[in-house]
Write a new protein. Structure first.
Length: 371
């Protein structure tokens, strides 16, 4: 079955996510604000769920249509062949959002779409009502500028939940964003990477998994694995495919430092769960005592800042220290994420590259110093 898939991602990371899908061999990959679309079959769906480092989830795009009234919303939703994906006993909750549209009430839209789905299923199964006791088919909708997208979520828990981070520090960076920072920093199999303010270790773990080609979703489950419409063995075949490309011969090494012993203990535990514990060394050290190692080194970090852990003045003092410690040397590259617009001025030099994105709800910029 040929399907169209939608992969929501953090704003600013659409290009990285699209390139990942093209490299995976998916068809007709194209980008929109906050999401990437591609075509494929159920094998492509499984591959995307298991392998994507940057997408937030993988959804089946079932329909798109214009609706400025509840009648049009109902008719558009009822026209979808829901029974192709939803069985007689399956649960099919509805959730979504509406932006800049006449149909503003999300609860009302949920009710209309639910009724439309029931009508469609009733006509196919000849049943007046449904128990919804089986596996979940999460229906999602997005109404933007009166344009409706109807989607079916295949992932379940968000793809940033790799399974290794049972605990984290007070202000963690999302795994998908950490992976994107490693990609932007150009992390490869032979790199040495360090994070002098590593917290629970997410950036270094994602860098290590990328360098060793460990698929981020290899050790977790997905909602679509319980769907009767998905052919048997699809997910296991894609897992075997992912295991076959793991590069255990990679020379990658990393070091992480922090002043919080509890965070460091969590980082070690997370790294072990992710299967990269032997590649990363964690130790207690203040950024003021940070010394660049000899040779090539890639520094990637998410420093604490005013709206996160430190007050604004303490954060700015930290940026100044970083400017002193992150020296301009041949073979040394730095990638830093922060919401502070004055970072470059306090750090002491202009970034060679910068990219706007989000860390949670905070507008941030990723600054790169590569020259």
């Amino acid at each position: 079955m040929k399907l169209t898939f939608c992969a929501p991602c953090v704003f600013g990371l659409e290009g990285i996510c699209a390139n990942e899908f093209r490299f995976s061999g998916f068809e007709n990959v194209r980008t929109e604000n906050g999401r990437v679309l591609f075509d494929g079959d159920f094998s492509a769906m499984a591959r995307a769920n298991i392998n994507s480092r940057y997408a937030e989830r993988i959804q089946i795009l079932l329909a798109e249509f214009y609706a400025d009234s509840f009648e049009k919303l109902f008719d558009g939703a009822a026209s979808v062949n829901w029974a192709d994906f939803i069985g007689m006993s399956d649960a099919f909750p509805v959730k979504g959002s509406s932006l800049n549209s006449r149909l503003r009430s999300v609860p009302d839209c949920q009710k209309i779409i639910k009724k439309a789905v029931v009508k469609s299923l009733s006509e196919r199964y000849m049943l007046p009502w449904f128990e919804e006791t089986g596996p979940v088919r999460q229906i999602q909708f997005l109404i933007m500028n009166d344009r409706v997208s109807l989607l079916l979520d295949t992932s379940g828990a968000g793809l940033h939940k790799r399974g290794y981070r049972a605990q984290s520090n007070a202000a963690p960076i999302k795994e998908t964003l950490a992976a994107a920072m490693a990609e932007l920093a150009g992390v490869r199999a032979n790199h040495f990477v360090t994070d002098p303010m590593c917290g629970s270790g997410t950036i270094l773990i994602e860098a290590a998994m990328k360098a060793l080609k460990i698929a981020p979703g290899l050790n977790r489950s997905f909602a679509a694995e319980r769907w009767s419409c998905v052919p048997d063995g699809v997910f296991e075949r894609e897992r075997e495919r992912a295991r076959a490309v793991i590069n255990t011969e990679a020379a990658f090494r990393a070091e992480g430092y922090d002043i919080d012993e509890e965070a460091l203990a969590t980082a070690r535990n997370n790294a072990e769960k992710a299967g990269v514990g032997d590649r990363i060394t964690f130790a207690k050290r203040d950024i003021r005592d940070f010394v660049l190692p000899e040779g090539y080194c890639t520094v990637i970090t998410n420093p604490p800042y005013g709206e996160r852990l430190l007050d604004v003045r303490a954060a700015e003092e930290l940026y100044a220290v970083m400017g002193e410690r992150f020296k301009r040397e041949q073979g040394k590259r730095y990638t830093v994420i922060t919401p502070d617009d004055d970072f470059e001025k306090i750090f002491g030099r202009k970034a060679d590259k910068r990219r706007k994105t989000y860390n949670g709800t905070l507008i941030c910029r990723i600054y790169q110093f590569i020259k």
